[in-house]
Design a protein around this ligand. Structure first.
Ligand code: CA
Length: 755
């Protein structure tokens, strides 16, 4: 198959003076050939090795289990420990560092290994398959564009449509609210088609659109296969599921994480998911024995796990609905489905778990005793929860550590391949070592595609992954992937021929002082017997190999900067600097947080110019959600300010009426060390004030809307988006004071959590 064959080819006919004297030429459009299979990649977020029923867990996942029973399970499959790097490796067939994504896409450090996007020197599988005549669709989480480029101002070249996808429906950030997501359709922001009270859930919406794309394509062009990438926001925090799914999980997890881990481990041994003799790793430091937990801590942990289990069962049901949809249009039989998680279960819920992660970023640690007061909100639209370490480690059974770490708990995940036409060993298990960069080379081999050496004029980096198609028909085939390095924020590991050296790095400690552990994975898959002290020579050999691989694959320079790196706002190369004046002209699209005026933790002046008649009201500016945010609006002929401090509404309204006709409405926000003072002004005259006993440094992961309160409603003083009824000429923010250090730290934690 020639790549890029089409109209750009030189004209191959003859042009004479007339048609009679000329010979036409009909270039063949690219086509992958009759019978070429569809390809579907399904990615689940922050899900551990044992979370699927078919990998030992007991959360109901009947549809994924059925997929595995009719396909193959890969039980020795590895990813990177983070969202964006796994996605970059999955879509390019190269290592994450070498394509510019050593961490999450929110950052650009000025080094080739961290550009916040995938280099054009590594064409994505969508770009390559499209050259060969595939239709290409993406639904779900992207997280491969710098978030400051995720607004309606673009640039758009690293959005899905800029990286090979014909159509996209989903979200660009690392996480979003499942009931009120910030959605993008192709290259523009849209509001969800339904509100949460009408039964909206993002996973359902994603599957609706994934099926729409497939039906649109196959109905009109049944001759042409498609490539579809579906990346659920599930099961990343916030853990949110429809009420009936939450209710189904009530009482299912009362035995606690110790019993669950032992049960899941036993099932893994019985099912052959782990080699005989594989030990259950001990509880991670910080995970308490379940029976020793105080009552409230236990009650909270149970509810948080119920929410996670409900979220996963609901995701499984949506995957089932997607597969049924493909079957209905006759597309399932010859579709290669690859399904896996992007990294292990998450430690970002801390030791107790959290009801509201934004509180955590504002350094308001909710004690389990406080959190149980709102326990019935968990899993619904009124919470933004994540489970505690104990449940995360249970999800990573039998391993230790979590997402972010290079121990097996972070990088060893479940993987299923399904292809009725191409796989005959139904329900088979494959234990050959494989990694996320191997998926695309496998697809290229199965489709007989050679990735281009030059794409759109750009010389390409070699595809470094190793196809695992050899194992489809041969369970006992010798593994072909011998070596893989791992690295995240200084945590490092290397696997070579069944041996693994791994170190857990502490930020700020010299890299040479890191302590390496050594494991023989062939007899100790769960890293329970550290052989480093007995085999120092082997450790040296492995660490040397790590450095060689690191150099070869663009891992260097090692970089363990945390907070310093995350202060993206203040860096001088960014377009959204805090010292700018932001003037917004509505109507305009919603503005993602990192592209919006940075008002969290800072003093600012707001002004809006309006022309209205008496009685005209509506929202001027709102940011955040019902869980936290602020809204400035006109109602009852007065100017209002609602500061929604994690559900506590601090409200002021102007002492004078807003006159009809043209006027300037202003809010001055002045923060102190921990409190803030707010004044309202109507046409320059003081018209009311409000003292805030505390202020938010990080307001929300959900951004702003101008001229209405889109999505989840910040204030309960109005209902619906409450669009401004008069004419709103502009609204303006001027940042008056820089953030204090604590705000920078809070922003850093908030960004980190969206991994
Ligand atoms: Ca993830």
């Amino acid at each position: 198959m020639a790549a890029g064959v089409g109209e750009q080819e030189p004209f191959g006919g003859v042009i004479g003076r007339t048609v009679a004297e000329s010979v036409p030429h009909w270039p063949e459009p690219p086509h992958p050939g009759d019978g070429a299979p569809n390809v579907v990649l399904i990615l689940i977020d922050d899900l551990g090795f044992s979370h699927f029923g078919c990998f030992g867990g007991t959360i109901p996942t009947p549809r994924i289990d059925a997929l595995a029973a009719n396909g193959l399970r890969f039980t020795n499959y590895h990813v990177t420990p983070l969202c964006s790097p796994t996605r970059a490796a999955l879509l390019t067939g190269r290592n994450a560092h070498e394509v510019g994504m050593r961490s999450i896409s929110n950052f650009n450090t000025g080094f080739p290994n961290m550009r916040g996007h995938v280099t054009h020197r590594a064409a994505t599988v969508a770009e390559v398959l499209r050259l060969h005549g595939y239709a290409t669709f993406c639904a779900g989480k992207w997280h491969l564009v710098q978030m400051e480029q995720a607004s309606a101002a673009g640039p758009f070249d690293q959005w899905p449509l800029g990286r090979g996808f014909d159509r996209f429906y989903g979200f660009l950030d690392g996480e979003t609210d499942q009931f009120s997501p910030e959605l993008v359709y192709d290259n523009h922001h849209v509001e969800p088609p339904k509100r949460p009270e009408e039964g909206y859930h993002l996973s359902e919406d994603l599957v609706d659109h994934a099926l729409l794309f497939a039906r649109d394509s196959l109905s009109i062009r049944p001759d042409r296969p498609f490539f579809q990438y579906i990346a659920f926001g599930a099961t990343h925090a916030p853990h949110q599921a429809p009420r009936e799914f939450l209710e189904r999980q009530r009482g299912k997890w009362d035995e606690g994480w110790d019993v669950a881990r032992e049960r899941w481990h036993r099932r893994q041994l019985e099912m052959g998911i782990v080699p005989p003799g594989t030990q259950l790793a001990p509880r991670n430091p910080g995970v308490e024995e379940w029976s020793s937990l105080p009552d409230n801590q236990r009650r909270l942990a149970i509810r948080l796990q119920e929410a996670f289990a409900a979220f996963l069962e609901h995701t499984d049901a949506q995957i089932g609905r997607y597969l049924d949809g493909l079957a209905e249009i006759g597309a399932l039989e010859n579709t290669i489905v690859v399904l896996h998680s992007d990294n292990g279960a998450s430690q970002e819920g801390g030791p107790f778990g959290v009801l509201h992660e934004m509180k955590f970023f504002n350094m308001l640690i909710e004690s389990p005793d406080e959190a149980v007061a709102r326990i019935d909100d968990i899993g619904g639209p009124h919470s933004h929860s994540n489970y505690p370490w104990g449940w995360a480690q249970a999800g990573n059974t039998p391993f230790k550590w979590y997402k972010q770490n290079t121990h097996e708990g972070g990088v060893h995940v479940p993987m299923v391949v399904h292809w009725p036409r191409g796989i005959s060993d139904h329900g088979g298990i494959r234990d050959q070592f494989a990694t996320v960069s191997d998926v695309v080379p496998t697809i290229y081999e199965l489709l007989s595609i050679n990735p281009p050496a030059v794409h759109r004029g750009v010389e390409q980096l070699p595809v470094t992954g190793t196809s695992f198609a050899y194992a489809f028909d041969d369970a006992s085939a010798t593994g072909r992937k011998r070596v893989q390095y791992f690295e995240n924020a200084g945590h490092r590991a290397i696997v070579a021929d069944g041996w693994k050296a791994v170190t857990r790095h502490t930020m700020g400690v010299p890299f040479d002082d890191d302590v390496w552990e050594l494991y023989d994975l062939s007899t100790d898959r769960s890293e329970t017997r550290d052989l480093a002290a007995d085999m120092p020579e082997k450790v040296r050999e492995m660490v040397d190999l790590w450095w060689r691989e690191a150099e070869q694959h663009g891992v260097l320079p090692l970089d363990d900067r945390g907070v310093a790196l995350f202060k993206v706002r203040s860096h001088e190369h960014g377009p959204h600097r805090p010292d700018r004046t932001y003037r917004y002209f509505p109507p305009m699209a919603r503005i993602p947080t990192q592209a919006c005026a940075p008002i969290g933790g800072r003093s600012w002046d707001f002004e809006a110019k309006v022309t209205r008649m008496a009685g005209d009201g509506g929202v001027l500016f709102a940011t955040g959600t019902e869980n936290a945010g602020l809204s400035i609006f006109v109602d009852d002929d007065r100017l209002w300010f609602d500061y929604n401090y994690f559900g506590a509404h601090h409200i002021a309204s102007s002492s004078v009426q807003v006159p009809s006709g043209e006027s300037l409405l202003a809010v001055r926000f002045r923060r102190g060390d921990s409190t803030a003072d707010v004044s309202l002004l109507v046409d320059g005259a003081e018209a009311g004030s409000l003292h805030l006993p505390a202020f938010m440094r990080i307001i929300s992961s959900v951004g702003a809307t101008v001229g209405e309160d889109g999505g989840s409603q910040v204030s309960d003083r109005y209902s619906g988006p409450f669009p401004f009824a008069g004419q709103l000429h502009w609204v303006e923010f001027r940042i008056v004071s820089a953030a204090d250090g604590r705000t920078g730290d809070a922003e850093a934690r908030a960004i980190e959590s969206r991994q």
